[in-house]
Design a protein around this ligand. Sequence first.
Ligand code: ADP
Length: 266
Amino acid sequence: TKIGIDAGGTLIKTAYIENERIQYRSFPSQAIDDAIKWLHDYFEKPAICVTGGRSQVLAKKLNVPAKTVVEFDATTEGITYLAGPQTLGRQFLFVNVGTGTSIHHVTDGRQERIGGSGIGGGTLLGLAYLTTGMQDYEEIVRAASDGNREHVDLKVKDIFEGLLPPISGDLTASNFGKAEWMREHKPSDSDMLAAIIGLIGEVIVTISTQAAAQYDTGAIVYIGSSFRSNPLLQDILVAYTRLVGKEPVFLPNGEYSGAIGALLAI
Ligand code: ADP
C-alpha cells in the first residue's frame, strides 16, 4: 500500500489508497507512537513517503525505509490534485493555516513562499487555554459557536456613535478593544473564544488579501486543520476575501494536501 504522511507540529496527517480510493487518517503529533504502531500493524508492505517539519522524527521510528519530500512542494501537488486540473487557473495563492500560517504563490504548478504569520491554529489552542482553561479542540470550537464577539471586540460603529463612519460600521475597529465595557460585563468563555477566532481570522485574511492584491491573483485557497469543525473561522475568511474582490476556495480534505502530495511522490 502507498501511504503519504505529513508530520506537522500539531497533527500527523496520512493519506493512503484503499479500495481504489484515497483514505485519510490523522493523529495528534504527541501520539506519534500510536501512528507508527498503526502503520506497522495495519499495512502489509507499505511504501511510505513523508513530509512536514517532523518528517525526520517519524521516518527514524519506522521499521521500513521511507522517502521524504519537501513540504511546500508536496502541499502544492496535493492542492492541485484536490482542486482538479485547471480549476485554479495559471496562478493562485494558497494559505496554510496550521499551527502557524504560511502563504504561498503558485504559478504554473510551482510555489514560492511569500509570507506567513505566527498567528494560526496554535494561537487558538494557546489563547483558549489561557483564557478559559479548555484544552480539547472540539470543545473549544463548539463553545466558540455560541459566543458573541460584540461583548469583546470594538466595532467601528461603537466609536462613531450616531455619526456616519467613513468605512463600514460593522468592521472591527479593535480586536478585544472593549476593555471598558468588559470591566463591567465580564464576557463568557464562549464570547472570548469567538473573539479569539475572530482575531486569528482577521489577521490571516488581512495579510492574505494584501498578498493576493500584490500578486494580482484571483483565487485564495485556504487549507489546514484549523478549519476543521470551525465554520466561524471559515466564515470570516469567506466574507472578507470576497469583500476585496478575491475568491476564497476551501477544498474538502484540504488539510491533507501535504499528505496527498507525499502519496503522489511515491
Ligand atoms: P500542522 O501541520 O502544523 O500540525 P495542521 O494543519 O494540522 O498543522 O493544523 C493544526 C491546527 O488544527 C491546530 O493548531 C488546531 O487549531 C486545529 N485542530 C484541528 N483538529 C485538531 C485536533 N483534533 N487536535 C488539535 N488541534 C486540532
